[in-house]
Ligand binder design. Structure first.
Ligand code: WT7
Length: 650
């Protein structure tokens, strides 16, 4: 295929992948779509340890979604952690399961599968001793230490449902998640570390509990050992409660559909939604996609440098790699600490073979120059992955040419919190790539494009990206609000899963994700809803109305721009903006920052009072000429004022 970069020899050599060529892809993909039950039952029986093997694949589906939810492997029983831990005691007990590097370069821990098993068992016993039981929800609010993964696995092992909250979230965000999930237990640590600074996780946990209430147990892992406030009635040290617990524990066997975890994610409206993943489907899908897309080999050192607080960390640091018996890397620090060579230094020292990161990090590193890369030996690398946002051609080119020296293949993996695992992506040894395209669907995934009128588009086209049939890794519901799940994902196009993304299909059938078409923004791979910002801004007595949109940003992918209608005259704009950003930080977290404030006389509204957000979006994107029809606006003059508005960068 012209324009496509073929798979380098280094990547194809010795592959045992199910899919090793485009012929394989054609055949296997077609079979998986025509006979999904047969395909997935085979995959799961071969790779996942079941207590009772399932005989049923998919039950229900998108066509009957309004009447009943779909299920996968519903007559099977298992516990996902048996595949992640116990399974490997026989074949690879002394293989490193988790390779951890701390904030300071060279501070390393290696945990073998045997040790991981013992530690997960100990902590499972400790949780059960404290009365935590199957179905209970547990909040995990920790930094990037191996104990975060151990806590996740221990919860899952006893049938409890973990909800990991990213360590950058504020007390109020933690409180919201405690309340929504109805958790009684929080697992946290004294402090996290990041780029030489400490993050007061225990302190923030205390503040969150003061807001939310309802928590009777807080388990604290000691990391920095700096002093923390202590509440004797509620707080327990991790190291103390595991002291007398056994290193053996029998996993609680649950139904395939038993919830494995809840992970909150932002949508275009309202509060973050608790996405519910299940034991059987999720573990099958993450394990399958992990070994297939990255072409996993037994001696690989797999490095995904995401955070366990996001879905990427759940699926491709913890569950997928461990289910496959891989050595998985956990990283506490940042790509720029102590300098822009950190990743490549670690490639050299640890011999990473597969490296998976976000375009925002690639852009930030490319901007620091090639010398930081050239300084280190990267010959161990075979596959490079990206995830989280569309990758621009310059960043892709740099990753391919400078980091990979054109000897690695690049897998641009498209997926979402809701999809559980990778859905559209090259398969390392098989797919010729084009920079910027996520290429082709994985087995079991059938993408469709629709226009705004809801008509299915064939061939070369651009439209709304939907997936037409269920796959095992999909979320089953929004915790406590199934109607919202149906409304959000299955009402835009009837009986289709609508992703929220726009997408183009080219003449080769390759998919190019163009970005969100709803009011979700993606800042440095952090997904946020513009409505979350707007709700916070209008709490200020200075602000009458606010419209928040994303705008293209060189490093972060998208920046945040707020259009403000003032309620009062402002004497000191600068301090108003600082205080508004402080409010966002307190309410959402450290990653929620508005980059650009613009004061406007009024929001663009229709005669019926609906805000035409498209106008704000197009102005922010620097394409006001593309805002389309504005004749339904109550006051068309406001558009000029918005285009000409004075903007302030902070
Ligand atoms: C949104 C999902 C999937 C783990 C991290 C993000 C965007 C994700 C790509 C990609 C273009 C991408 C989409 C998607 N996205 N991967 N390879 N190319 N866009 O998970 O926080 O649930 O966000 O991230 O817009 O809808 P998430």
């Amino acid at each position: 295929m012209s324009g496509h970069i073929p798979v380098p020899e280094r990547v194809k050599f010795d592959s045992e992948n199910l899919i090793q060529s485009m012929d394989d892809w054609q055949r296997i993909h077609a079979h998986s779509i025509a006979e999904p039950d047969d395909f997935w039952l085979n995959i799961t029986r071969k790779s996942i340890v079941w207590d009772i093997e399932p005989s049923i694949g998919l039950e229900g589906g998108f066509d009957t979604i309004e009447q009943e939810s779909f299920k996968w492997f519903s007559d099977g029983r298992l516990n996902a952690t048996v595949s992640c831990v116990d399974q490997h005691l026989k074949n690879r007990p002394d293989k490193v399961a988790i390779l951890w590097e701390g904030d300071e370069p060279g501070v390393v821990r290696r945990i073998t599968y045997r040790q991981l098993h013992a530690q997960v068992c100990r902590f499972s016993n400790a949780l059960q001793s404290r009365g935590v039981t199957s179905g209970d929800r547990v909040i995990i609010y920790m930094g990037m230490v191996p104990e975060a993964a151990i806590a996740m696995l221990a919860c899952a092992r006893i049938g409890a449902i973990h909800s990991v909250v990213f360590g950058g979230f504020s007390a109020e965000s933690v409180a919201d998640r405690i309340i929504d999930s109805g958790s009684k237990v929080v697992i946290t640590m004294d402090e996290g570390k990041r780029a030489g600074r400490t993050i007061p996780l225990k302190k923030t946990t205390d503040e969150a509990i003061a807001i939310a209430g309802g928590i009777d147990t807080v388990i604290v892992y000691q990391h920095t050992a700096n002093p923390v406030e202590w509440n004797d009635e509620r707080d327990l040290w991790w190291h103390e409660i595991i002291e007398n617990e056994s290193g053996e524990h029998e996993a609680v066997i649950v139904e395939a559909e038993h919830p494995l975890f809840i992970l909150y994610t932002s949508g275009s409206t309202g509060k973050p939604k608790g996405q519910v993943h299940s034991h059987g489907g999720y573990i099958t899908y993450t394990a399958f996609t992990h070994r297939t897309v990255f072409d996993l080999r037994e001696d690989d050192v797999f490095a995904c440098v995401a955070d366990v607080g996001w879905i990427t960390g759940h699926s491709y640091i913890v569950y997928g790699p461990l289910a496959n018996g891989a050595t998985t890397f956990m990283f506490e620090s940042t790509p720029l600490y102590p300098d822009a060579g950190r990743y490549w230094d670690m490639v050299e020292r640890h011999g990473f073979t597969i490296f998976y990161t976000a375009p925002t990090a690639i852009r930030a590193l490319a901007a620091k120059g090639d010398d930081y890369v050239h300084k280190y030996d990267r010959s161990s690398l075979r596959v490079l992955g990206t995830v989280g946002e569309p990758i621009n051609p310059e960043a892709w080119e740099w990753y391919h040419r400078v980091v990979g020296e054109e000897k690695c293949t690049i897998v641009d993996t498209w997926w979402q919190t809701e999809t559980g695992g990778i859905c559209i992506s090259p398969i390392a040894p098989a797919t010729p790539v084009i920079g910027g395209s996520a290429t082709l669907p994985l087995p079991g995934i059938q993408p469709e494009l629709y226009n705004a009128e809801g008509e299915l588009l064939k061939g070369k086209a651009e439209g709304l990206l939907c997936l037409s049939q269920s796959w095992p890794g999909q979320t089953r519901t929004i915790y406590g609000d199934h109607d919202r799940y149906l409304q959000t994902y299955f009402s835009t196009i009837k009986n289709r899963y609508f992703t929220g993304d726009g997408c183009r299909r080219d003449e080769h059938g390759y998919y190019w994700i163009t970005g969100r078409v709803d009011d979700v923004i993606n800042v440095s791979g952090h997904r946020m809803g513009t409505a979350e910002f707007e709700a916070i801004l209008v709490e200020s007595e200075m602000i009458a109305e606010a419209g928040v949109v994303g705008f293209p940003h060189d490093i972060k992918g998208q920046g945040v721009r707020a259009f403000l209608v003032l309620a009062k005259e402002v004497s000191d704009e600068e301090s108003l903006y600082l205080s508004l950003n402080q409010l966002c930080r307190n309410r959402i977290g450290a990653h929620a920052k508005i980059d650009r404030f613009c004061i406007i006389p009024a929001l663009p509204k229709t005669r019926s009072g609906k805000v035409m957000r498209r106008i704000l979006r197009k102005v922010a994107e620097g394409e006001p000429e593309k805002m389309g029809d504005i004749s339904t606006l109550a006051d068309p003059d406001v558009v000029e004022a918005i285009i000409d508005s004075n903007c302030h960068y902070v």
